[in-house]
Design a protein around this ligand. Sequence first.
Ligand SMILES: NC(=O)c1ccc[n+]([C@@H]2O[C@H](COP(=O)([O-])OP(=O)(O)OC[C@H]3O[C@@H](n4cnc5c(N)ncnc54)[C@H](OP(=O)(O)O)[C@@H]3O)[C@@H](O)[C@H]2O)c1
Length: 245
Amino acid sequence: MKILVTGAGGMLGSALVASGAVGYPRRFLDVTKPAVAAAVLAEERPDALLFCAAQARVDACDERSEAVNVLAPAWFAQRVPTWLVSTNYVFDGPGPHRPQDARTPCNPYGEQKARAEDAVLAAGGHVVRTGWLFARGGRNFPSSLPARLSRGPVQALEGWPVQPTWAPDLADLLLTLPTGVTHAIGSAETTWADFARHLAGLMGLSTQRVQGVQRLQGLGPRPSDARLTPATLPPWQARIQELLP
Ligand SMILES: NC(=O)c1ccc[n+]([C@@H]2O[C@H](COP(=O)([O-])OP(=O)(O)OC[C@H]3O[C@@H](n4cnc5c(N)ncnc54)[C@H](OP(=O)(O)O)[C@@H]3O)[C@@H](O)[C@H]2O)c1
């Protein structure tokens, strides 16, 4: 079975390629260009498509990101069996949220992903919701912590429950092509402040380097509680040491 991955240069896409999927990074497949996409599908003839391309920087989402976040997954789902990687940010609070619960996105990113879910499901595709991914080389907050902690103090959110999820664990689950709407997230809860303190300890640094804060300057609206259930992927404590250099 041939499984094709869009957005293969990203954090999750790279993990999928490492696990055996055929990956197309953005420079070879811009998912917003139908002529390019049609040529790739004609050449590869995939049995399944894992749609990982996205504007995944939450606060960068606006009408310009609709092309990649909404229109492109809909286009692919009409042409090939498609699995959309979606987000816990389609929910607000209180959690934990079940797959069948009503979605109430509180920012453009969550709203766009919710519309993409509808389009993909309507075309006969499937949705896997996840959240708070981390991986070596990832550009997001948890993945960049080792470098930031080694440079000096780091501010991290206190009091906001997260379920950190090791991207390669999600990749392995995605390659089983679960049908319908699936929640796939790490089984242990923490806060970013405690996650960062744990990592500082593993790095031999003082946990005082982590300044727990209730709010971060410049951070746009976030769900008050975006926890998902069921939460079956390995707990972050079993994977966090993989971030170490
Ligand atoms: N990271 C998380 O915590 C998280 C949580 C829940 C859900 N997700 C979802 O998981 C999926 C993968 O996210 P990720 O964390 O791996 O994000 P990522 O590292 O930012 O990867 C996304 C990739 O999509 C690419 N891309 C953007 N526009 C594209 C286009 N027009 N055509 C083709 N590729 C394009 C990006 O390329 P450039 O870098 O060149 O822009 C990037 O390589 C996304 O659907 C995201 O919404 C992620």
